[in-house]
Write a protein that binds this ligand. Sequence first.
Ligand SMILES: [Cu+2]
Length: 175
Amino acid sequence: MKITTMFTAALLAGTAHAHITLDQPAAAAGSSYRATFKVGHGCDGAATTAITVTLPDGLRGAKPSPKPGWTLTTTRRPLKAPYESHGKTITDELAEVRWTANSPADALPDAWYDEFVVRASLPAEPGELWFAVRQTCTEGEWHWAEKPSAANPKPRAPAVKLTVQPVAATAQPHH
Ligand SMILES: [Cu+2]
């Protein structure tokens, strides 16, 4: 009886416990995508003071949204394969975005909810993109960076997955 109760509780926690996820976990290849990272809780009750997102390869023209009360910092990395855009050769790309609360009063309490946004163009090829997210709190942190595997299908701190879908055959022509 006790074991059954614990198992049920764990299952409920698994569904109710939202971790960090995307508002739109799937989008069409080649589309302009608004990656909205949903932060539903802190670290074991502690308030969130920073969110750091590592972007996967393959996005183009990624731009983070600033947030009132949070300082936005970014790092860039050189591209393995530079490309042309608007008549310019693009040789580097956004690698990491960090939002840091300006003061304890700006931090996100465990009981509150907020969203952090990066806009980017998705790759032309369908597939999976994985974002690693570091969630820093007043005490402790989460590093959402584990990819599910056969050995560990439900990691404790999963990375954030975006499914890039094939463009539907019925899609409207580009205009
Ligand atoms: Cu969670």
